[in-house]
Design a protein around this ligand. Structure first.
Ligand code: ASP
Ligand code: MG
Length: 464
């Protein structure tokens, strides 16, 4: 099979789509059958990034036996997939040697940092943490390249560290777009023109001085969107294990249906507020560069999936109801007669100092509520806030979000929403754009609220 004519297509495979030798072969067949010229971006084998994060924690705690055992298990998993792919044929020895080399490098780095741990942020632990996390993609690309070659595809692994240039901010890799585009074009275009299929690690990049960085969990979508934008691909295909984006979570809403297409802004809102199908930064990035994203099921590739389009649909409509649990509500009330002036600025200064991103905010004359979606740093944040305000914390909350276009412009929408929720206790309401309205409810009440909103606003419709 030769590629090399037609438009560039970025194919990104998520972890479950490369989760075993059989899935790798399936992915390779999809690439072989790609209409146009494929560029492949791949996630770590399903579950491996979680295991690497656990391994890193074991190492940080000084549990040497623990991390060595886990690294060995990860090594064995990849060698097993390789053996299954190649039947110990000629491709096996070269790929096997590269797997050993990558694993060996991580082992050495962990040994070194263990002997000389240093301290503070940006120190050796943080550096090695990214390298450890990147191992999943470093290994999955070796396997997928092998699977592609077995399928007769002329594939070549390109190190994403040569392509995705990032800054280093608070322990995170933040891509430099223009530089990444330039590098992507320089590294990938000659291959694509020669009919070779580049295979890149998603999720990882490097700083100017060569430090490995990772882009945050789920970041492979982001890599795919950047590569698509750089190469002027009209569409990036995100191959995953579900059919696409649904009007709600089908596990809790029996009437949920697949959305054949969706506007970008709605997709971004949905991604932020709980639909785990796409990385929010990826959707945003693709939108800004006019690249469409198509979510497809690699387990059922005959289905069309969901197309996330740059252009907005006409007229008001509710697209979906999302929800997300594990949310913490913090309410702050300024102490009477105490520094009322500049109060909010000081509150947000505390959050920014702890690098805690805020989800929803609602504010009244006397009190401000906001939500966080993680517990790390919570005690420290609350401690600092207590110096300026009375603080109450409620855990076990969920956000329920109605996403659509033109929600504010449509008379009666909020009335319909409030009627549905009238006998629930809603702890906070936030509407920052006319794309979404969010409510905070107790976590165990969220599924029922979602079902009712879905029934009222989507199943009964009445928008056209
Ligand atoms: N492997 C990374 C993760 O699990 C990146 C990705 O899959 O997109 O978060
Ligand atoms: Mg993943």
């Amino acid at each position: 099979m030769t590629h090399g004519s037609g438009q560039v297509r970025v194919y990104k495979f998520g972890g479950t789509s490369v989760g075993s030798a059989e899935r790798m072969r399936g992915a390779a067949r999809l690439v072989a059958g790609c209409p146009g010229t494929p560029v492949v971006v791949v996630s770590a084998v399903a579950g491996v990034t979680d295991r690497l994060e656990a391994l890193r924690t074991l190492a940080e705690k000084g549990n040497e036996e623990g991390w060595r055992g886990e690294l060995e298990a990860i090594r064995a998993l990849h060698l097993e997939i390789l053996a299954d792919l190649t039947g110990e044929g000629s491709d096996a020895s070269e790929a096997g040697a590269r797997i050993e080399e990558q694993v060996g490098e991580i082992r050495t780095r962990l040994e070194r940092v263990q002997d000389d741990p240093g301290e503070g942020s940006g120190g050796p632990w943080e550096t090695v943490g990214h390298q450890v996390a990147a191992l999943g993609e470093d290994l999955s690309t070796i396997l997928l390249e092998t699977a592609l070659r077995q399928e007769g595809v002329g594939a070549l692994r390109i190190d994403a560290r040569e392509v995705v240039r990032t800054d280093w901010q608070n322990g995170r890799g933040i891509p430099r777009d223009e530089e990444t585009y330039r590098r992507a074009r320089a590294a990938l275009t000659p291959l694509v023109e020669a009919g070779t299929v580049p295979v890149l690690q998603g999720y990882i990049g490097a700083t100017e001085d060569g430090r490995t960085t990772t882009l945050g969990r789920g970041g492979s979508d982001f890599t795919a969107a950047m590569v698509g934008a750089a190469l002027g691909a009209p569409e990036v295909t995100i191959w995953t294990d579900v059919d696409g984006i649904h009007t709600s979570d089908p596990r809790i809403v029996p009437g949920a249906r697949l959305l054949p297409e969706l506007g970008f802004e709605e997709a971004v809102e949905l991604a932020y507020f709980g639909a785990r199908v796409i990385h929010p930064a990826a959707a945003k990035h693709a939108a800004a560069r006019n690249v469409s994203l198509r979510i497809r099921n690699s387990f059922a590739p005959d289905r069309e999936g969901t197309l996330i389009r740059a252009d907005r649909r006409e007229g008001p409509s509710v697209a979906a109801i999302a929800h997300r649990g594990g949310v913490v509500l913090i309410k702050v009330r300024s102490r009477p007669l105490f520094m009322a002036h500049g109060f909010l600025a000081r509150v947000f200064e505390v959050l920014s100092r702890h690098h805690v991103p805020v989800d929803l905010v609602a504010t009244s004359h006397t009190s401000t509520g906001f939500t966080l979606d993680r517990e790390e740093e919570l005690d420290a944040v609350v401690g600092d806030l207590q110096e300026l305000a009375e603080v109450t914390v409620r855990r076990g909350m969920a956000t329920v979000t109605v996403v659509g276009s033109g929600l504010l412009g449509r008379p009666g929408t909020t009335g319909r929403i409030f009627r549905v929720l009238e006998d629930r206790s809603v702890h906070l309401i936030s509407q920052a754009s006319d794309m979404s309205v969010s409510f905070l409810v107790d976590e165990d009440e969220a599924p029922e609220a979602v079902r009712r909103l879905h029934e009222e606003l989507i199943e009964q419709g009445g928008w056209e």
